[in-house]
Design a protein around this ligand. Structure first.
Ligand SMILES: *Cc1c(COP(=O)(O)O)cnc(C)c1O
Length: 359
């Protein structure tokens, strides 16, 4: 059979190992872990590896992925991570067991939809504690949610949640998470029923767990990046107790040639509107690999062969300087790259990239 490239390979056992380590560390502190699978486009083998490793539930930001996960894992709870659009409530109720909410109108609308479908739905109320993405900003807003939830007959509040490190890059702090714990308690008292979950964030919150600073009331985390890649982009770190050899990209060389390192002729913008300046390093050996910005951002690729540098990319071509490559490259050679979260997300979504996995 023809080997197709570019090829993105996920190492399932290594991902399961990471899941077991994260779930184990969390369990020791009374925290359950939800496996976030949007980074791998809800690939069922990866989701399975994360569940095998000890994650309690699955989460994705897209209802299409949740529909797919419902078929693959009918008994595993599924969380919709993106606050739902009005136009997708029907699918949210149908395919998710619970959703994150941040506007009171969505509670009433979810309740109506549940009644129409004869279904029940759980929600986590999101608080913006600094990152300035979704969520309630002031305590004064909580009253509207209490009213909406008291009126609802098919929607229950199961928890409160927060995001860090997503829009503004704000890191989680013990004081912000203590506030979240108080909000959980306040909602429970106002509603008169148990609100069990205090969902204190994602991969970026693991550092507080490691240092023993996670407030005791936080009992739930939604984790993707740390399990899938052993990385924490918000702190620009490789998580030392996790594996990073969980995924790699192979792209095929379509041209190798010595070329001047500076362009010739009057310069305008590149294919993506950027004006670029090049240093004159004399003639250099360069390789073109057949993958481009349509599939992956070039900045997110890390060549595994020492001496190879990524120079840039257009839609379909990524240009490498291979003059100092530790391995010889020719037309038809393959180059391996480690990837970050942004690269994995894009690669798993591109129909032009062959997805592969190994045990
Ligand atoms: C993507 C996402 C997560 C997971 O984040 P990681 O950094 O991959 O652990 C958690 N919560 C929400 C709401 C998300 O959208």
């Amino acid at each position: 059979m023809m080997e197709r490239y570019p090829r993105f390979t996920l190492h399932l056992n290594h991902i399961a190992e990471n899941a077991a380590k994260v779930a184990g560390l969390c369990a020791a502190r009374g925290v359950t872990v939800e496996a976030v699978v949007k980074g791998v486009c809800a690939d069922p083998r990866v989701a399975g590896a994360m569940l095998d490793g000890g994650c309690a539930s699955l989460a994705d930001s897209r209802v299409q992925n949740l529909a797919f996960l419902k078929k693959e894992f009918p008994t595993v709870p599924r969380t919709l991570l993106r606050i739902p659009m009005k136009s997708e409530l029907e699918d949210a109720v149908r395919y998710a067991s619970r959703s994150l909410v941040s506007v009171p109108e969505s509670v009433a609308a979810l309740d109506d939809e549940c009644r129409a479908q004869g279904a029940e739905h759980a929600v986590l109320l999101m608080f913006d504690l600094g990152d300035r993405r979704e969520g309630v900003v002031t305590d004064a807003e909580m009253g509207a949610f209490v009213a909406a939830l008291k009126k609802a007959s098919h929607v229950t509040l199961v928890g409160v949640g927060v995001n860090f490190g997503c829009f503004a890059g704000v890191l989680p702090s013990p004081s912000a998470l203590r506030r979240l714990c108080l909000y959980r308690q306040a909602m429970e008292e106002a509603l008169g029923y148990s609100v069990p979950l205090c969902s204190g964030g994602s991969t970026s919150t693991l550092a507080l767990l490691e240092s023993g600073e996670l407030p005791a009331g936080v009992n739930h985390l939604r984790v993707g990046e740390a399990i899938l890649l052993g990385r924490d982009v918000s702190r620009q770190r490789l998580v030392p107790w996790l594996r990073q050899d969980t995924a790699w990209l192979e792209a095929e060389v379509a041209e190798v040639r010595i070329k001047p390192s500076i362009p010739e002729g009057e310069s305008g913008a590149d294919a993506f509107g950027n004006l670029r300046v090049f240093a004159d390093e004399g003639p250099r050996r360069r390789a073109i690999v057949a993958i481009g910005r349509q599939d992956v951002p070039a900045e997110a690729l890390e060549p595994q062969t020492p001496g190879i540098k990524v120079l840039g990319a257009s839609s379909d071509h990524t240009i490498l300087d291979v003059t100092d490559s530790a391995e010889p490259l020719a037309w038809g050679s393959r180059v391996r790259f480690s990837v970050n979260y942004a690269a994995m997300l894009a690669l798993m979504t591109s129909p032009y990239v062959c997805k592969d996995n190994t045990d």
